[in-house]
Design a binder for this molecule. Sequence first.
Ligand SMILES: *Cc1c(COP(=O)(O)O)cnc(C)c1O
Length: 389
Amino acid sequence: MLIEQKRHLLNPVARPDRVMVRGKGSELWDDAGRRYLDFVQGWAVNALGHCPDEIAGALARQSTTLVNASPAYHNECELALASRVAALSSMSRVFFCNSGAEANEGAIKLARKWGTLHRDGAYEIVTAVNSFHGRTLATMAASGKPAFEGLFPPAMPGFVKVPFGDADAVRRAIHSKTVAILVEPIQGEAGVVVPEAGYLGKLREIADAHDVLFMVDEVQTGIGRTGTMFAHQHDRVAVDVMTLGKGLGGGVPLAATVASERASCFSPGEQGGTFNGNPLMTAVGLAVVDAVAKPGFLESVRTHGELLRESLASLGAQSGIVEVRGRGLLVAARLDMARAESVRDAAFERGLLINAPRPDTLRFMPALNVTELEIAEMIDVLARVLAER
Ligand SMILES: *Cc1c(COP(=O)(O)O)cnc(C)c1O
């Protein structure tokens, strides 16, 4: 049996003994032919759902045109996607890489370089409690994820954590060695924690007052997930550095460190990577970004997000859902008890994929083109699972 080969995997991740073999849109099938309605979508990655024509077409075309020209040479897909992301973000410089963690590593390096050049060697970055920025050593140190504490010592120095959503705490944490503030506009892995309106604007003011960089990790919230192209655009604030991942590649490994002219200070040789900006992945990124930027697409993310939140809320407290939060199609429901994992597992057995980021919280991150019918089916299955308490 296929599943017995799992003993060859190095990483001990607890997952169900099923093997996924095929997907289309919001549906996924395992090797026994069972169908799942997918509200996880590769961890908020498959922006256009499973195997969309846009990605299939881009991969097919590009795989017979040019797969990797080498990072030593320009290629047209990288150039086209960089100018597209620059235009959409009002920032001028883009570095493509392969994962959100790598994009954040790039942002951390950029901030430290900027501190060396402009702030007398300042290097410390203020981040948030319960934040998640990745699994490399630097991004683990930057993360405020309690489960990371004490792992793989010694931790990389240079990060200080303050409560998320508290601008005054950020202000108090800044001193002469501080070079940047780094937050997620909405904390995703922490369970879709939305800060109060005005939080990002206050951080912008604090960054300006102390001459430090304001950096946002939009790996989860970027590329339309919250109903605007980038989540910080809801607040109409400018940022100095933004990182992208997940949705940017629509399912393939593609991420980016995006910087304003003021922040972009790498000299040749200071940042790079063998696969970075390769035409195969950037061709896919271009197809995804073009689809999300199409007239009406983001509006439909907002209306479907509203429908999803209203439908969850309408299940009511008697279902066990006591709070619904989120923005666009990044949504969470808090339960009255710490039973999110058992709800997730029961939903799985009924062919519904959802995620449990906290013991009492379910998270929903469907394809951005999820339909009303699919939302209704999800609610229907979830209602039955919640009733089986
Ligand atoms: C997923 C995620 C990352 C890490 O991205 P990887 O591609 O898994 O390295 C970083 N930041 C945020 C906010 C994320 O959601």
